[in-house]
Design a protein around this ligand. Structure first.
Ligand code: SME
Length: 175
């Protein structure tokens, strides 16, 4: 059995490794998102990158505001619900409050909308254009309590990079 000091040291190594992995992922995301192209390409590529690179992620994608509801945008994962009214589910709540919502256990979030029965925890980050919420980035995990400070920091920076892409080319909002 490990002593207290040994387990503290092991936890520190694990944390350092995780932070290193997050730094590497951020560098990859920065080079993946190309500000010279249509944002749809960046939204699609980022969804796939996160879905397949961050461990235990079963769904990653975007919803964008169309009037009073969020509408499904590019994603990577199982087919999902197309329309989410503002204020409903984790996505609609995050967009209405303009707040990141981290849900360690989706079964304990009142009104959670289950698109993939495998999802156990979820993180939703609002996406802005000109300081206003225009959508959300939604990341689901099959593991409970999957999202911690390191993941939230990485994914918030990824969403910020998407905001730069949207601000550089606004074609997506002309529909
Ligand atoms: N769970 C979300 C719905 C979207 S899916 O997870 C892809 C929600 O409660 O808003």
């Amino acid at each position: 059995m490990m002593t207290l000091t040994e387990s503290a040291a092991a936890a520190l190594v694990q944390l350092t490794e995780r932070n290193k992995a997050m730094d590497e992922m951020l560098k990859s995301i920065e080079s993946l998102i190309d500000l010279s192209v249509h944002p749809l390409s960046n939204l699609a590529n980022l969804s796939a990158y996160i879905r397949f690179t961050l461990p235990d992620i079963n769904w990653c994608g975007f919803y964008f505001l169309q009037g009073e509801a969020l509408q499904l945008g590019p994603f990577c994962g199982l087919p999902a619900c197309i329309t989410i009214p503002l204020g409903r589910g984790v996505c609609g709540s995050a967009a209405a409050a303009d707040k990141t919502i981290c849900v360690p256990d989706v079964n304990r979030f009142p009104g959670h909308i289950a698109c993939d029965a495998n999802s156990r925890s979820e993180l939703v980050i609002p996406v802005h254009l000109d300081g206003k919420v225009v959508g959300v980035m939604d990341i689901d995990s099959s593991v409970p309590d999957r999202f911690h400070e390191a993941e939230m920091e990485l994914l918030t920076k990824a969403a910020a990079r998407i905001e730069c892409s949207l601000a550089t080319n606004r074609v997506i909002f002309a529909i």
